[in-house]
Design a protein around this ligand. Structure first.
Ligand code: FPP
Length: 250
């Protein structure tokens, strides 16, 4: 990504969908009810991205660390994923949305993995928009796997250590086919990245919403989009240099 591109163009939004459990607890409901409502929000946000012309949406659906949660919560999250994929795949195809997965998603239970593979295969021809689910994903794990794959390519003589640059190395990341996120949103009032797209988010704008994910709606996404449009993305340049460049580009 370079400064020559229109800096306020919003192609890729990535979201840390947080607050499902607290939302449910505050209502005396089981945590899984918060996740279920969070699944409904996924649909709402997908529609809003379509409306706002956002071509790439990446969702942190299950982290590498989430395996440590109680087994029944992990099982329920996997069931929700299967249900979402089963119900939504034809709608994704109708809207031209291609589904991708990043992370160690091959470690998911067989039913979830099969549903994911099926949905990715069914949407493989779509290229208007892209929905990426981060599943069993962690940035540090992704970086370690990429380093290993790069080292193996060196051993095969396909790469040279002295030619290792971000551009070459990033081809070994799970996100090699995706642009970097322009905007990373985290819901429910927490201000952390929690091992999500740490390398890809080097120049992303960050937006922290107090709204818990089950209540996050079109208007909240619009608020984040409008806030993003007011930001000045300098990529290390001065404000003056940036304005000169913008004048050349336009
Ligand atoms: C974080 O909330 C959320 C998750 C660990 C899971 C996100 C999953 C969904 C929204 C369900 C469905 C997803 C898809 C793609 C169908 P939390 O449980 O950590 O909330 P808390 O911090 O309030 O406890």
């Amino acid at each position: 990504m370079t400064a020559a591109r229109n800096e306020n163009q919003l192609d890729h939004v990535a979201i840390i969908m947080d607050g499902n459990g607290r939302w449910a607890k505050a209502r005396g409901l089981p945590r899984i009810e918060g996740h279920r409502r969070g699944g409904d929000t996924v649909r709402t946000v997908l529609d809003a991205c379509n409306e706002f012309g956002i071509r790439y949406l990446t969702l942190f659906a299950f982290s590498s660390e989430n395996w440590k949660r109680p087994a029944d919560e992990v099982g329920s999250l996997m069931n929700l994923l299967v249900r979402f994929l089963t119900r939504e795949t034809s709608a994704l195809v109708r809207r031209g949305v291609r589904l991708h997965a990043i992370g160690q998603w091959r470690d998911l239970p067989p039913k979830a993995r099969a549903a994911l593979e099926r949905a990715m295969a069914h949407t493989a021809h779509c290229d208007e928009r892209h929905l990426t689910l981060a599943l069993s994903y962690g940035s540090r794990q992704e970086a370690a796997s990429a380093a290993r794959a790069y080292a193996e390519a060196v051993l095969r003589g396909e790469e040279k250590p002295e030619e290792c640059s971000w551009e070459r190395f990033s081809r070994y990341l799970d996100t090699r086919d995706l642009p970097d996120p322009d905007l990373i949103i985290r819901t429910s009032g927490e201000s952390r990245l929690s091992n999500f797209l740490m390398l890809q988010g080097a120049y992303s704008e960050l937006y922290f919403s107090p709204v818990p994910w089950p209540e996050f709606g079109r208007e909240h996404l619009l608020e984040a989009v409008n806030c993003f449009k007011r930001r000045e993305r300098r990529y290390g340049l001065t404000g003056e240099q940036l304005h000169e460049k913008a004048a050349v580009v336009s």
